[in-house]
Design a protein around this ligand. Sequence first.
Ligand code: NAD
Length: 245
Amino acid sequence: MLVTGASRGIGRAVAEAFAQGGERVAVHYHRSAREAEELAASLPGEGHLAVGADLADADAVHRAVDAAAEGLGRLDVLVNNAGVFLPHPPLDTSYEQWQAVWSSTLATNLTGAANATYCAVPHLVAAGGGAIVNVSSRGAFRGEPEHPAYGASKAAMNSFGQSMAVALAPRNISVATVAPGFVDTDMARSVLEGPDGEAVRRQSPFGRVARPEEVASAVLWLASPGAVFASGTIVDVNGASYLRS
Ligand code: NAD
C-alpha cells in the first residue's frame, strides 16, 4: 500500500496501522526524506520503503507511484492523505496571496490526489483490484471562512472520490473518503495550542479532538475487503462535532 504525506501526522498513523495489519507500506514524503526512511525502517514486518515527490509536480508523482509499486512488488491500496491547510481570510489577504494560496492548495490537495490516483490505477488493476481512500475534511461540509481554498479542495475531493467509486467499481476497485474534524497533528497545532483551542475541543461532546490513530482506523477498514460495498461513502470522524443529514 502507498500512503501520501506519511512522514508524520495522520499519514504516519495510517502507515503504522497497515504495517501492523501485515501490509507492506510505501511511505510517501515531500521534504522529510529522513523521517520517512526512519519510519519505513521502524514499521513492523518487511519490505517497506520511502518514496518522495512534491504532489504539485505531476511527473514526480508518476515516478513516486511507479517506484512504490515496483519496490513493493504490487500495489493494491492508495491512501491520498497529503494536504496543506493554508490560511487566507478573504478580508485580510492581498490579491497576490489569494491567488497563490488557491493555486498551491488545489495543486496539492486536489490535483495531486487526482494525479496519484491516475498513476496508481494501472497498478491496482494489475493486482486484480484494490482500494483507494481519500482523506478529506469536515470543512468540506461546514465551511472554512479562514481557509476557503482548503474547504473547496476537500469538497472537490469528496466529489472526485464519488466519481471514481462509480468509474472504478467495474475494475474491482473501491473508493471511499474519510472526513475528519480537528485531529491532534502538526497541521492543527497552532489552533489547538492557541486561544481557540479549548473551544475547538468543546465542539465535540467528547470534549477533545481526534487522535491520528482514530482516523487511521477508519482508513484501514475502508481499504479492507469487507468494506468494498461501502465504496462511494464519506465517513465522518469528527466526534459528533458536526452532524450531516
Ligand atoms: P500534517 O501537516 O502533519 O501532514 C500533511 C502531510 O502532507 C505532510 O506529511 C506533508 O509533507 C504532506 N504534504 C503537504 N504538501 C505536500 C506536497 N506539496 N507534496 C507532498 N506532500 C505534501 O497534517 P495531518 O493532520 O496529518 O493531515 C493529513 C490529512 O488530513 C490532510 O489531507 C489534512 O487536510 C487532513 N485533515 C487534517 C485535519 C487536522 O485537524 N489535522 C482535519 C481534517 C483533515
